[in-house]
Write a protein of this length. Structure first.
Length: 294
């Protein structure tokens, strides 16, 4: 209860000491609102500036992909080692324990599958995202796809508007069209288009040459998808090269959950993304972990 009398006089005004105001650690996001910064700070570790996101939204276009047949058995045990999980509302409600307390990068669009023509997407209801307490809205952007470029860029733009209204960042996910080459020129174009349309974070692929041009020309953080399963040593090499060339993390699926030892693999990826390990150190760790946990 407020006391009118007997209050201790306020006297520690710090006269002469400028108020501390923190620099925001995440590239290109200094001017977003407080709620969005809070969400981004739970996705990206403010100390390393990086994030290991675990993606398992593949089923929404690919059905029961290898490794995702029983997500309760294969994915749930991995969640604790991730900084953020990327999934659909179906997976969230059916298998992800709400007690896992991980930020959710939420698959916010829905549409055509691998059996027809990918990328013909619509958006979900923002109230659903708020109800699920998600931390990021993930939307596919098919730059260069003659049939769906317009729809998907409009989807991104609408998502950014809704996200800004509620303080939820948008992840622009660059899709790859059938006839598009994943080179620095194309990825630079696609990521820049997502950023210029307001996405606060971009997910794209790593490319062998000039990836640093892609990250440098993108004014907001980039995280890389893993793509198709590679031998573990190669996947770790790719993660290291991406971070070394300016990526802010990984949003990896198949190269983690299809690995021979998925927990060992996600831990090895963390060593690279957060602790500055070399790919050789991370791979040594992975081999040891796999042999000790057979
Ligand atoms: C599809 C996605 C997937 O989440 C993405 O491809 C990540 O998984 P992977 O590392 O297996 O490629 O965003 O649009």
């Amino acid at each position: 209860m407020a006391d009118k009398e007997g209050n201790i006089d306020a006297k520690d005004f710090g006269i002469g000491i400028p108020q501390k105001s923190e620099h925001f650690f995440l590239k290109g996001n200094a001017n977003v609102d407080w709620g969005m910064k809070d969400r981004l700070s739970r996705i990206f570790n403010p100390k390393s500036g990086h994030s290991v996101m675990l993606a398992f939204d593949h089923g929404f276009i690919m059905g029961p992909t290898s490794g995702l047949e029983r997500m309760d058995l294969t994915i749930v045990p991995l969640i604790e080692y991730s900084d953020c999980i990327m999934c659909t509302r179906g997976a969230l409600r059916s298998i992800v324990p709400p007690t896992c307390c991980k930020p959710i990068s939420y698959r916010f669009d829905a549409g055509t599958s691998i059996l027809t023509d990918l990328n013909d997407q619509c958006l979900q209801d923002i109230e659903e995202a708020v109800r699920l307490n998600v931390s990021m809205l993930a939307v596919m952007v098919a730059v260069g796809d003659p049939n769906h470029e317009g729809i998907t860029v409009r989807n991104l733009s609408k998502t950014v508007d809704m996200g800004v209204r509620y303080g939820i960042p948008t992840l622009g996910v660059t899709a790859v069209g059938k006839n598009l080459v994943r080179d620095a020129r194309y990825l630079g174009l696609a990521t820049r288009i997502c950023a210029e349309n307001g996405a606060q974070v971009i997910k794209t692929y790593f490319c062998e040459e000039k990836f640093e041009q892609v990250t440098n020309a993108c004014p907001v953080p980039i995280v890389i998808a893993g793509g198709k399963k590679l031998p573990e040593a190669e996947a770790l090499q790719m993660a290291w090269r991406a971070i070394d060339q300016g990526a802010s993390g990984v949003d990896m699926g198949r190269n983690i959950f299809q690995a021979e030892a998925p927990i060992g693999m996600i831990k090895a990826v963390r060593m690279i993304v957060h602790d500055g390990a070399t790919p050789e150190q991370a791979y040594d760790f992975y081999q040891t972990w796999k042999n000790e946990n057979k």
